[in-house]
Design a protein around this ligand. Sequence first.
Ligand SMILES: [Zn+2]
Length: 110
Amino acid sequence: MHELSITRNIVATVVEHARGRKVDGVTLKVGDLAGIELQALRFCFDICAEGTCLEGAELHIEQIPGRGRCLECDERVPLEQPIAICPCDKRARMIIEAGEELLIHSMEVH
Ligand SMILES: [Zn+2]
């Protein structure tokens, strides 16, 4: 489960920034195309947070919708999959502009 290693990194980063203070909450921004299962992420978060200054902290997740840009017509298209075909129908190539993020947006320190 790759959510476990992702969560370990998140917790380690937050612990480092908290410098011993208690953390009440963490807000993550997770792109819809990042391939991360949010339920698994929450589950792993509780496990990884145990015994650290994040124990009992609330995990807030803001989802970022996927968005691609067509290299042919420059149209911006909402994406639910990391692969998309533009409505301009030229078998156009698209680049992903948003939705692959995984960011620690903020943390609430006690
Ligand atoms: Zn297009």
